[in-house]
Design a protein around this ligand. Sequence first.
Ligand code: CP
Ligand code: NVA
Length: 308
Amino acid sequence: MQVAVMRHLVNLLDLAVDDVQEILNRSAELKREVKSGTRRPILAGRILGQLFEKPSLRTRVSFEAAMCQLGGSGIFLSAADAGLNGRESIADVARVVTSYCDVIVLRTFSHQLIEDFAKYGQCAIVNGLSDVSHPCQALADMLTMQEAFGTVAGKRLAYVGDGNNVAVSLAEACAMLGVSFVCGAPQGYQLPQEILDDLTRRYPKAELEQTDDPRAAVQGADVVYTDVWASMGQEAEKEKRAKVFADFQVNAELMKHAGKQARFLHCLPARRGLEVTDEVMEGPACLAFEQAENRMHLAKGLFVWQLT
Ligand code: CP
Ligand code: NVA
């Protein structure tokens, strides 16, 4: 008997480029369908479980809405309610909860916790953000770029800000899909060089750069992207980081350096007045709300890829 391979999304790099393309195509197709008024119950009776250690608006709601639109239903538990704070072992929680559900989305501090669920569990697992990566965000970002430009290959994305979980997943998605990626971050807050070297080994045609000059980073970019300077769990560093990153704010002047073609993306939540100004968020280049909506369409494409 052939055992079906479980389709997890724990690390983007575990997926083949064809899988990524298939998820994006499915997502775009399901988006077109829902916009024309059709909601097919492709996943009728399927159950999504969500276990979160950190707050969330987009991830939590878009995944649950996605499953409901596809005819399934969702259950949400804080990680503490689920017993992940030491009530029982992670392996036992994973074995039990994955026996009730078809897919589990986890949002965690430790990336290892998501890996452990994939190891001990018996259903599909999705990384809904860890301290290391945010793959579903990067896929929704690629979907947003695909819509804006028709294709992503050959475009240039400048990420300006902290070399964090969002930046790691973006670099990975760009390397996989032929998007030229540049990270503009202060020294000490750039992406670990090993990550970029590993991406270049895996995808020899990938174009990946880093600089500590935000103006040089955005020059000629099709997309200027930023995220918060202090991620969840780094609240104590907020003030220090506000000073370190002060020159890395995405404002009208920085967007001028990018050029007229440049669009603006932000995974949200945005700290207006810090990493981005109101003017950019409300300006014509901003696609952040289309991007946020695309989290749901991407979640649908992902679930259909994982469960059918
Ligand atoms: N972009 C994102 O993941 O948003 P939430 O933290 O609100 O889920
Ligand atoms: N880097 C941010 C992303 C939030 C969606 C964080 O981890 O808090």
